[in-house]
Unconditional design. Structure first.
Length: 172
């Protein structure tokens, strides 16, 4: 007589089934509008969006591996600020964006922020970076380390200014 026995180790089975995190959704040439009371607040467009949210143990997030463009709208559908980057992640639970690589933000006045990493906390409405930043205004250029602002980039400050250039118009 022969007897065979099998043993299932649930930890090993889980390890094999989750060793590679697979996306729950992918979309190419994706565009999304976010509105409040029928008023468009944001427009997001990206060549590729990949969402990961299938595992309870891990934080769900959406990845934009080929870059993203986000436009924020004010009254009368005027763009109040826009941001582009070559890579971004959005963490749903925290309402947090992390934009990396060639990040450019332009506010309504035309001030331009350039950096390699920028974080936007949706719950507080703050954007910040601890990396090198360059802010180009209509009459000045400021380089520094660290940046903090409101989400429309109207009230901003650079934490450690490294260099600043001020341009003046001279009438003769």
């Amino acid at each position: 007589m022969l007897f065979f026995s099998c043993e299932n180790k649930i930890e090993r089975i889980k390890e094999l089934s989750t060793s590679e995190r697979l996306p729950t959704m992918e979309a190419e040439n994706f565009e999304m509008l976010k509105s409040d009371s029928s008023v468009v607040k944001f427009r997001l467009s990206t060549p590729l969006m990949v969402e990961y949210s299938q595992n309870e143990d891990e934080v769900p997030y959406t990845e934009f591996p080929k870059g993203v463009k986000i436009e924020q709208f004010g009254p009368n559908m005027k763009i109040s600020s826009k941001m582009t980057s070559d890579y971004a992640q959005f963490f749903q639970r925290e309402e947090k964006w992390i934009a990396k690589n060639n990040v450019v933000v332009i506010n309504q006045k035309g001030d331009t922020l350039k950096t390699e990493e920028l974080i936007w906390e949706g719950k507080t409405g703050k954007i910040y970076s601890d990396k090198f930043v360059k802010v180009i205004g209509t009459d000045q250029i400021i380089n520094g380390i660290g940046f903090e602002s409101d989400q429309s980039m109207t009230n901003w400050q650079i934490k450690k200014i490294r260099e600043s250039s001020l341009y003046l118009e001279v009438n003769e």
